[in-house]
Design a protein around this ligand. Structure first.
Ligand code: SAH
Length: 457
């Protein structure tokens, strides 16, 4: 369909009925078969929309007037929900969010994976789906002489000041507010993107949900932090349970948050947290799941699907800092984990030591290179776990799995579309998908995490 043929035109108004939600949480309505995507609209709703962009085959609209709200619509509790963009589904009841995510997983598995018969369980949600994030990374700027710290307004680099983020642990809000006030008191100039001047770029807060430990990271453009001693003293005095204060220096013109250099200003280099009975040491730069409560739920499912009795050899491709590997090691003979980021493997080894877990081997490299080598060395996996990034498994890793035939595969996925694609490849290679359990790791956002149980036929 060309632009000329589109039945809608930019800046025109249309009365529409929404029929669906996209995977990123936009409402879908069709005008003469032409799909319009509209923020904050829900299936079943009738509304007036203004077309703001027309592309080949689809367009974007803005919700102007709601004639008939959905019974699942709720008032978003966050006062900055409309401007922020960090959450996409606060206007939908939590029940409704879980239903929408279940429907999305089912549809994608059927459409992309051609897996109509597979059991998809209802999404496991949180009892209290607020205040779950354990990490905040907040840009700092200036307005009318005062410091602001919050988020970038959508499609801009204007920083909107924020007192509270309702999906953040309260401790992280306290860090952001307190550091902002202290930096203001000592006249620390915020970083200015346009001129590449100023000092304080980001405030990063990390929180150990199970331990209550707090880490404060000050990301600065300059090596020198003016009034360092006073600032550190004030943070220690004003922020409860702070265990670690760290400075990271990022002198580059970039929107990447962290620079290469990290220095401990006070306390420990790490905070610790626990998932189940496994402890993790978390440094300023370590990757760590942002919702440990639901991570436990997800990994318990992965463990159940792995059906371990204690005598198995397990491979964990894409192992990160070894979270899944260590979780499974308690129930397996040996776990081999592979991960492409060297620092993550350092963390994984340290975490194994911290927990006294010895039946694990971690190796740096691409899963698609290392796993075939392990097989050549004679290592046979009874169960292979994959937890790839959004783009899914590398095609050659799937080929390796199909050639090496581990009897069980557990697939942890943060993207149902690539999960469906990869499950189809495994099905065609002799595997059967038994069941899929979605878990809500990120309430109020459009993301959904899944774990799939897969057997060799
Ligand atoms: N299972 C871990 C991390 C999963 S995130 C946890 O739950 O904490 C996916 C991981 O895959 C990331 O750590 C990323 O660095 C890694 N990765 C990406 N491509 C890879 C590849 N080709 N081989 C191995 N690891 C890879």
């Amino acid at each position: 369909m060309t632009k000329q043929q589109a039945p809608v035109a930019k800046n025109e108004y249309y009365d529409v009925t929404f029929t669906d939600l996209t995977h990123d949480g936009l409402g879908v309505a069709k005008v003469d078969g032409f799909p319009l995507f509209v923020k904050h609209a829900l299936p079943g709703e009738r509304a007036k929309v203004k077309v703001i962009k027309v592309k080949k085959g689809y367009g974007y609209g803005r919700l102007m007037e709601l004639y008939e709200p959905s019974p699942d619509r709720v008032e978003p509790p966050c006062p900055v929900y409309r401007q922020c963009g960090g959450c996409q589904l606060q206007h939908l009841s939590y029940e409704g969010q879980l239903k929408a995510k279940e429907k999305q997983v089912k549809e994608v598995l059927a459409r992309i994976g051609k897996l109509e018969g597979v059991t998809v369980h209802p999404v496991i949600g949180m009892k209290n789906p607020w205040r779950y994030r354990n990490k905040a990374q907040v840009p700092v700027g200036e307005r009318e002489g005062g410091l602001v710290a919050g988020f970038y307004k959508e499609r801009s680099h204007e920083i909107i000041d924020m007192d509270a983020c309702l999906i953040q642990q309260e401790a992280n809000d306290v860090v952001v507010q307190t550091v902002k006030r202290i930096a203001e008191r000592y006249g620390i100039p915020p970083y200015d993107e346009a001129t590449h001047k100023g000092v304080l770029r980001h405030i990063v807060a990390r929180y150990g949900t199970a331990t209550g430990e707090v880490m404060v990271v000050l990301v600065t453009r300059t090596e020198r932090l003016p009034h360092e001693q006073e600032i550190v003293r004030a943070i220690v005095r004003d922020i409860p349970n702070v265990k670690s204060i760290v400075q990271n220096v990022n002198p580059e013109r970039t929107n990447v948050i962290f620079g290469a250099k990290t220095r401990v200003l006070w306390g420990s280099e790490f905070i610790t947290d626990r998932i189940g009975d496994i402890q993790f040491a978390i440094s300023a730069r370590s990757f760590y799941q942002v919702n440990p409560e639901q991570t436990k739920v997800l990994y318990d499912k992965a463990l159940e699907y792995a059906e371990l009795t204690g005598s198995e050899t397990v491979m964990d491709a894409y192992c990160g800092i070894g979270t899944i590997s260590l979780f499974l090691a308690r129930k397996a003979k040996h776990v081999y984990g592979v991960e492409i980021v060297p620092e993550a493997i350092e963390d994984a080894k340290r975490n194994a030591e911290l927990n006294g877990i010895r039946n694990v081997t971690f190796e740096v490299g691409a899963a698609e290179d290392v796993i075939p080598r392990w097989y050549q060395e004679g290592i046979r996996a009874d169960c292979l776990v994959v937890d790839p990034p959004r783009k899914g498994c590398d095609a050659s890793l799937l080929e390796t799995i199909i050639a090496m035939k581990p009897p069980r595969v557990v697939y942890v996925s943060c993207n149902p579309a690539t999960l469906a694609r990869d499950l189809r490849i495994l099905e065609d290679g002799g595997y059967e998908t038994i069941e899929v359990q979605p878990v809500d790791m990120f309430p109020h956002t459009a993301h959904v995490e899944c774990v799939a149980k897969i057997r060799l036929r």
